[in-house]
Design a protein around this ligand. Structure first.
Ligand code: ADP
Length: 579
């Protein structure tokens, strides 16, 4: 999709392609804008000697012409800025859109590695910074660079020996100015170090005051403190002295540079190589270099920061994405809901299996409770059934089809998840149930009815149109769970994966959720990670999972009588008895 990470900003150029026409129009405006500078410099060359000569006629003509040029220049600048802004913003939008699309396809294990906060930062702050750089490069750096070149070219055209002398002088001035700046920076850093030394001593002193007093060590500590603040004062004074020197020295170097240009200019005029008009134009052009240089320097710094941001965005692309559907993937039509695991072995790190040779057959319509200590591999089993992860050995079959041969979308329509934490997206209640799927109002109502949620939804002031706040904060835990059940049954899945909430609701809410679950489960194959005795007792089969293996299997009574791991879990109340 995007160019390789090493390509930096240049790799984004293909994204500009669709906006060629606007860019060309903006480019034309840019040319007009840039060419106006030498024209203005030339007019300055006409104007200044005319002012000197008191020739009002010529002054008026030059001023009128300059006004006209300024008008055209500003109009061109407006055209350039607006025409270029559109494509620049669209490129950064497209970049963000592609990254988000990539994020949606990312492998879950890769996703877990990148924290949510970090990803949010990348897709907001980093993407903003990259967008800003794209904008600045197109709309500011390009015309500035062109202006620099055109104005320099004009200066060479006026008088190349003078231009050459200026070009030789400029680096000397820049070098002197920046070397002085570096010394000031170094001094500032040293004085900053003194400040943190002082803070460290203060921290130690304040914490240790009782000890100092107990040992009557106040004079000793005062002495240390006095030395430290003396060092601090000296470092600070050195910086201030350098700063005080900076303005006059830099100012002097710059003035000397300008005076040198004047001197060389005078010599060129005397030698007959340059007219006074030409020299006036030259000085005006020289002043026109200041702005683009300043812009280019600032933009260059931003470009470097942007490079780091772009790198962080590009790193997302290096992360693995979900296994794609096979090109010859089978479409799933009617699903009965039979599940088979054949000697499945899986580990997030293949060297450390989480599930070992797990074999299991679940008939359509069967309700199976999965119990076991935390970390046994129950959620991992769910992740295999939804093809979030793929077994390293063995097969997982739905109605006899290997999941690897199905289309993920079909599979996830047939197998629905009710997660432990009933997270819903903000939006209306109806939207939360439909969750992006095309569903009629009556289908949404039927799903809510099944999940025992229609009662509380209809009691809301806006019914199905009521808004859910972020993270469902304006709904109770029990209500959110019932919404999650309605969301799961909306597509009429053949298989339901339930991850029962571990934290207890109050008895009434629990009973309401339970009624919803019972109705939702009817006629489906259900695999439930169970934490409540009532759920376990209603299951057709109980599987006890421990360290990735099924260690016991049977009915509640049978397993209790057996007195093994299951009984142990019940005795340790890892399976709740209440409600
Ligand atoms: P359960 O649902 O029974 O509590 P899990 O399936 O969540 O157990 O976890 C089984 C094992 O796999 C645990 O040792 C857990 O640390 C590990 N595990 C779970 N998810 C990941 C993951 N994304 N990356 C690496 N290890 C994981």
């Amino acid at each position: 999709m995007l160019a390789p990470p090493s390509a930096g900003f240049r790799g984004l150029l293909p994204l500009l392609k669709p906006h060629r026409r606007r860019l060309v129009a903006g480019g034309l405006c840019m040319v007009v804008f840039v060419l106006s500078f030498p024209l203005l410099a030339w007019l300055a060359g006409q104007l200044i000697p005319a002012i000197g000569a008191g020739d009002l006629q010529r002054v008026l003509r030059a001023i009128a012409a300059a006004l006209g040029v300024f008008l055209v220049q500003k109009a061109a600048q407006f055209g350039q800025d607006t025409l270029m802004a559109g494509p620049a913003l669209q490129v950064s939008q497209e970049l963000r859109r592609r990254l988000f699309a990539r994020l949606q396809k990312l492998d879950f294990n890769a996703l877990e590695k990148l924290s949510a906060g970090d990803l949010t930062y990348r897709l907001t702050e980093d993407a903003d910074r990259v967008g800003e750089v794209i904008y600045k490069t197109i709309q500011d750096s390009t015309p500035s660079a062109l202006q620099l070149l055109v104005v320099l070219g004009y200066m060479v055209w006026i008088d190349w020996p003078l231009a050459l002398a200026t070009l030789l002088l400029a680096p000397v001035v820049a070098l002197l100015v920046s070397s002085f700046g570096a010394r000031v920076m170094a001094a500032a850093e040293r004085s900053q170090q003194q400040v943190s030394d002082l803070a460290a001593l203060l921290g130690e002193a304040i914490g240790g005051l009782p000890l100092v007093r107990a040992f009557a060590a106040e004079p000793w500590l005062q002495q240390r403190f006095d030395t430290e603040i003396d060092l601090h004062r000296r470092a600070r004074y050195r910086t201030l002295k350098l700063l005080a020197l900076q303005h006059p020295v830099v100012g002097f170097i710059e003035a000397a540079g300008i005076l040198a240009v004047l001197l060389i200019g005078a010599a060129r005029i005397q030698a007959g190589g340059l007219t006074s008009q030409g020299f006036s134009s030259y000085v005006a052009a020289l002043l026109m270099l200041i702005d683009p240089i300043a812009h280019l320097t600032t933009n260059f710094n931003e470009l470097q920061q942007g490079q780091a941001s772009l790198g962080r965005l590009r790193a997302i692309e290096a992360e693995p994405i979900e296994v794609a559907d096979r090109p010859d993937a089978l479409p799933l039509t009617t699903v009965r809901g039979g599940l088979v695991l054949e000697r499945v072995r899986f580990g997030y790190d293949p060297a450390q299996p989480v599930l070992h040779d797990l074999s299991l057959t679940i008939d359509p319509g069967q309700v199976v409770a999965l119990v076991g200590p935390s970390g046994a591999g129950k959620s991992t089993l769910f992740s295999l059934l939804l093809r979030f992860n793929t077994a390293q050995q063995g097969r997982v079959l739905l109605d006899g089809h290997d999941l690897a041969n199905l289309r993920a979308r079909d599979l996830r329509q047939a197998v629905a998840l009710v997660p432990q934490q009933s997270s819903v997206f903000s939006g209306t209640v109806a939207e939360a149930i439909a969750f992006g799927r095309p569903a009629s109002e009556s289908q949404i109502r039927a799903a809510a009815e099944l999940a025992n949620a229609s009662g509380f939804i209809e009691a809301l002031p806006a019914g199905y149109g009521s808004r859910i706040e972020e993270r469902g904060s304006n709904f109770s835990g029990g209500q959110l769970q019932r919404l999650a059940i309605a969301r799961a049954v909306l597509g009429n899945p053949a298989v339901l994966l339930l991850d029962e909430a571990t934290s207890a609701l109050d008895a009434e809410a629990e009973a309401a959720v339970q009624r919803g679950l019972e109705r939702a489960m009817a006629g489906r194959t259900v695999l439930v990670i169970a934490h409540r005795l009532a759920t376990v007792q209603e299951a057709d089969r109980i599987l006890v999972l421990e360290r990735g293996r099924i260690v016991e299997e049977g009915s509640h009574d049978g397993l209790m009588a057996q007195g093994g791991r299951y009984r142990d879990l019940c005795d340790r109340q890892l399976i709740r008895v209440e409600a």
